[in-house]
Design a protein around this ligand. Sequence first.
Ligand code: HEC
Ligand code: HEC
Length: 491
Amino acid sequence: MTRTRPLLVVLVTALALLLLSCGGDDDEAAREIDGDAAVGEQAVTPVRTDRTGGMGTAFDDTSRAFSLTVRNINHLELQAFADGREVFEVVWEPTLSGEFAGLGPNFNAAACATCHTDDGRSAGPGGPGPLPVGMAVGLGSDDPATIDHFGGVLSTQAAAGGDPESITVVRYEEVPGEFDDGTPYTLRRPIYVVELGDGSTLPEDSVIRVRVAPQLPGMGLLELITDDDLVALADPEDEDGDGISGRLSSATDLLTNTSLIGRFGWNAGQPTVEQQTATALFDDMGLTSRYFPSPLCDRWAPCLRAGVPLSTEYNVAEYGDPNFGVQEPAGGEVTDLQLLHLTVYTQTLAVPGARDLGDPVVERGSELFTQAGCASCHTGGFVTRDGPIQGLSGQTIQPYTDLLLHDLGIELADQTAGGDPVPTEWRTPPLWGIGLIDTVNGHTMLLHDGRARDYSEAILWHGGEAEASADAYRAMSADDRSAVIAFLESL
Ligand code: HEC
Ligand code: HEC
């Protein structure tokens, strides 16, 4: 991928307008790179387009909106996608042998699709009570015994009639507030109690990380945003003084033991789609693979891992070769080929195109989104680098995320089992496709723990680095607030 030379801002603006009118097909031309960008400055310019995933966009606003594949992949990759969908949807069995065997002994769900239904977002709790299936409770603790016992994620189900490790119950406190025009609103603040299966309690200082499953379109494109672009956006010390810092997440590639930029998960804890997938298989489903070869490994007690990431070992372009994958090194319950299929599947889920471009209310919302500073974090304009899947490379994308970690205030922070808040930094979630969660999954519960019941509540919870943005939203007229929501719904 060669980068285009700096373009004049005027030219970019003209191009943006042109793209608006012709549907945004010209990926290369829309790029502006400012090689002298100061710390925290956008090296690239976001562009308003319906083709938010470049050629990796698909236009479908039905309940299948998150499930289409990017169109510009070859027939072999398409075959891998189809095989991957089977592994994504299959219900794994707690048996010892068989193609989809080895579930458990403890797990949260027996299929990826149970949590990421229709490749979408799992619902948050409808009200007080046990957390719904589709949410996961991660565990952070300094106590090795606790981690040894539970691993990284508390599980709610056990194979063969065993006792589940835990049940997490939520109740809500009402948090009243008011827009500047006097209109009242009420948010709900979650409080969690973890009940352990053996009747014991977690140490008071164990951190519990309650998470919903995010929608999966566009993962392969996010993976190919260049490190340089992310480094240029980061401003850990807020040197430009705009109140927004933004830190790169550092994550370890478990196979090569190298440090990479974290991109996936609510805290950008995972560096690649492949490792995110292997971690889900292990933590949520109790399935071993080349990343977690023994049930005794976990993130805090690493085992000796075998091999290198599959993307370096197998060229997906040779997928149709009859010898492909024949010399699979021993992996685990999930074979290397199954893991590869799952990875290609997740990487090539297309981004749903934005809708209602040119609608005056939506365009007004888009302007207000920028004016309120939302686009400082929810940004775009990246051109993806080369990767194993050619069709994902060289795409100009508008994911509405900087993939950086931000402090959004103590109200959104994780809690300890004892109920104390723990400072937490969140990765800006991509907003592309967010307007279709309701269509695909039948709800609008947002944020990492699904506490927000709609878009407006999600914005109102923003604090910390995003406090000024949330204040700007609170200060808007009812019409302007609706325009911002209409814009989010159009993504
Ligand atoms: C028990 C429910 C559950 C199951 C089963 C599950 N996931 Fe997830 N998934 C989650 C949650 C929760 C997160 C957010 C994790 C975090 O923030 O650490 C997530 C995150 C992800 C992400 C990163 C999304 C992003 O925006 O960064 C990918 C990719 C993913 N899952 C793929 C899979 C695949 C593939 C499978 C099957 C192997 C799977 N998941 C199984 C709940 C689940
Ligand atoms: C400082 C960076 C920052 C700014 C500024 C910001 N956001 Fe966010 N936004 C985030 C982060 C981080 C999250 C995830 C927080 C969480 O899940 O607890 C988020 C979450 C969201 C969500 C929910 C996404 C999801 O997948 O559940 C929406 C909607 C949203 N932001 C819209 C906005 C709007 C509109 C504005 C401007 C009024 C804005 N944001 C300003 C960083 C930011």
